[in-house]
Design a protein around this ligand. Structure first.
Ligand code: NAG
Ligand code: NAG
Ligand code: NAG
Length: 657
């Protein structure tokens, strides 16, 4: 019965995709104005359907009208718009190509709403920026830097188009976001597809794709990386080659000092470390076993354990090994066996040891919660050992599902979705709570409500209030395709054990998508694709993210709530220490959330610790859990929450041994 129902759901989504299309609005009669133009290169040239004629900011006589430059398009009537495309001038001349930018919309040419910002790559392809539908008559594009050189001061655009959704040649009516269901506030454009991300100790987000910004393959020895600054919306770009590591499809873990340990992938034996303190990439020794699609986790003694990864570096035999940064060595753990954690993938061993759900836990152990039916404990001492931990009740193999430690103090992990095989496989809606306690003992597993949407390649993010946001994914696992994508996120409550459907996002996020909690308690949901030229729809590259504002930050009218504030807290605390926090009055609880890293549905770094304070005026005292297996050392965000669950902005702090 459930198979038939799943099939119908897929059929309906296919029908929906077939009849709904993103269509450029007819520009007849439109006008454009700009802050500056060169005679002969008037703003209207960006609307004339001739890619050889362009709007150009004034360049003679010197001095030029320097950046920022803006152009406003007047569509003469109001439309329900969801995308704007910018076609750069022909590739023979790259002067003035838009790099960093803002896109705003307005119904009256006076009140503007920011719908997108970010940084476009320096190339001649048309950039289409997609966002959640807004009512708009006017579009304002502001260029804040030139793509080819930040020092240049020109702006050029050959063509601007604006898009709306059309079903059977009728524009889709406007549906405002439902109250209380969160807001997909804005889109952020990037010069690369963010396939892997890590939060950094400066509050910025490190991201990377592969050897190319839009493609992968081979062992190229270099990686396209970027750093996104949520404060400005802009991104820097850097090709990293000094570690000779194509870091596509890696394992990622944050160590005790917030350094990003990146292992394997396309250059399958390599290890690279990003040190935010020096903004430097450092080469570490090769792993003993080459890997791609392995997972890794930091352990209670600071070493980093990894297992699995037959996607590259040869197939099979990917038992555990561990990296010790004090001796700078990788050591095999022949007793940490990969065989018990294999799934029964139709693709064989190439797929069946991929993306383990690992959690560093007490006394140098690692708990593996999936995606295999069987769960396991790995002990990382000596030569390693493996202890079976039972099944997730009736769940099947759940490749590319999610596992989120939403309450580390209580050992609670939510698992959701996944599919029996990596590709061409129907995803599940299944969700479970796995409660771990003493190492090497079987966890307690209970079933919680199933999700409304079956998801593989989704992302799971624990929020400060203890709810878990699951976003993206698709009902039938099809790498690189956006078919059967779930646009509706679901929020799981640990109190009720139920899921709530939230407002849909604009952009499908399937294979190679990532989501991560940002310090301001919003969620970054980005990436997807990395198929180079791709094969046309439904395959596409997503050079962007959407920023989700969870319901806990919003009033019912969509405006932002007043938030608690943390004015002072120590920058470091030992495990077991009392922590005095000065915060606004009315705070009833706190939460620590460890910095996240994400790629391929895996985030082994995030975990949450709920904290109940003792209160004296605006001075609150909380106690960091004493066990490093719970309060895993490293960088965390401390949030204060009021009685409505509204979180403060997270304060960064380091938990130490
Ligand atoms: C756009 O609208 C104009 C004026 O109504 C019409 O002449 C033209 O054919 C339309 N263009 C397209 C591509 O539909
Ligand atoms: C397109 O613009 C170029 C540059 O201004 C001009 O030379 C050309 O004649 C235009 N083409 C058409 C069809 O108007
Ligand atoms: C920690 O694990 C070791 C084996 O690796 C064991 O001998 C020891 O008893 C454990 N300690 C605790 C407190 O469980």
């Amino acid at each position: 019965m459930s198979r038939i129902y799943g099939g119908l759901t897929i059929l309906f989504s296919l029908l929906h995709i077939a009849s709904s299309a993103s269509v450029a609005i007819n520009r007849s009669g439109w006008s454009a104005t700009a802050d500056s133009f060169e005679p002969g290169n008037e703003p209207a040239k960006a609307l004339d359907g001739n890619a050889s004629s362009l709007w150009h900011s004034r360049y003679s006589p010197a001095p030029v009208d320097s950046l920022p430059n803006w152009i406003i398009v007047d569509m003469k009537s109001t439309f329900n718009v969801h995308a704007v495309s910018i076609q750069p001038r022909p590739s023979s001349n790259s002067n003035g190509r838009v790099g960093s930018h803002k896109v705003e919309v307005s119904t009256d040419n006076s009140n503007w709403q920011l719908v997108a910002l970010g940084t476009y790559n320096n190339d001649a392809t048309t950039k289409k920026t997609t966002f959640v539908t807004r009512r708009a008559r006017y579009i304002r594009i502001t260029a804040t830097s030139e793509a080819q050189s930040a020092a240049n001061q020109w702006t050029t655009i050959a063509e601007i188009n604006v898009f709306h959704d059309v079903v059977d040649s009728t524009p889709t009516p406007y549906t405002p976001p439902a109250a209380g269901k969160g807001l997909w506030e804005k889109t952020v454009d990037f010069p690369l597809v963010p396939v892997a991300v890590s939060l950094l100790t400066n509050g910025k987000l490190l991201m990377w794709s592969a050897y190319a910004r839009d493609n992968f393959g081979g062992e190229r020895g270099y990686t396209q990386t970027g750093i996104y600054d949520p404060g400005t919306g802009e991104s820097t770009q850097l090709q990293v080659s000094n570690t000779q590591h194509d870091m596509f499809c890696p394992g990622i873990s944050l160590d005790f000092n917030g350094r990003v340990i990146v292992t394997g992938g396309s250059n399958a034996a390599k290890t690279s470390i990003y040190d935010p303190a020096g903004n430097a990439w450092i080469a570490a020794p090769n792993m003993q076993i080459a890997r791609g699609y392995q997972s890794s986790t930091t352990c209670t003694d600071g070493r980093v354990f990894t297992i699995g990864g037959s996607w590259s570096g040869g197939r099979g035999g990917k038992d555990g090994e561990i990296y010790d940064s004090t001796t700078n060595t990788w050591t095999k753990l022949p007793g940490a066996l990969v065989s018990p954690m294999l799934t029964n993938d139709a693709g064989g061993i190439w797929r069946s040891d991929n993306h383990a759900w690992l959690f560093g836990w007490k006394n140098k152990t690692v708990f593996q919660a999936g995606p295999s039916i069987v769960m396991n404990w790995y002990d990382t001492t000596g030569s390693g050992s493996t202890t079976g931990a039972g099944n997730r009740l009736d769940d099947g193999h759940a490749m590319n599902g999610n596992a989120i430690m939403y309450d580390a103090t209580a050992g609670k992990i939510l698992t959701a979705g996944g599919s029996p095989s990596y590709e061409d496989s129907d995803a599940r809606t299944n969700a479970y709570v796995v409660t771990i306690g003493m190492p090497k003992t079987n966890p307690t597993v209970s079933k919680t409500q199933n999700m409304a949407y079956a998801r593989s390649f989704a992302n799971g993010v624990v929020l400060p209030d203890g709810t878990v946001l699951v976003t993206g994914g698709q009902a039938r696992a099809k790498p690189f395709q956006d078919t059967t994508a779930a646009l509706v996120p679901e929020l799981w409550s640990p109190v009720t054990g139920t899921w709530t459907q939230l407002n849909p996002m604009a952009i499908p996020r399937t294979y190679h998508s990532v989501a991560i909690l940002m310090p301001d308690a919003t969620v970054f949901q980005g990436g997807g694709g990395l198929c180079g030229q791709c094969n046309g729809a439904p395959e596409s590259n997503h050079f962007d993210a959407e920023i989700f504002v969870p319901p806990y930050l919003l009033n019912t009218d969509g405006s932002r709530r007043a938030r608690p504030t943390i004015s002072a807290v120590a920058s470091k605390a030992r495990v077991g220490a009392s922590l005095v926090v000065t915060a606004s009055s009315g705070v009833i609880k706190f939460a620590l959330i460890r910095f996240g890293t994400a790629t391929h549905a895996v985030n082994t770094d995030q975990r949450r610790i709920p904290l109940t304070p003792t209160v004296s005026g605006t001075s609150y005292t909380v106690t960091v859990p004493a066990d490093a297996g719970v309060a895993l050392p490293g960088f965390w965000l401390l949030f204060a929450l009021d009685d409505a669950g509204t979180p403060s902005v997270g304060k960064m702090m380091q938990v130490t041994l």
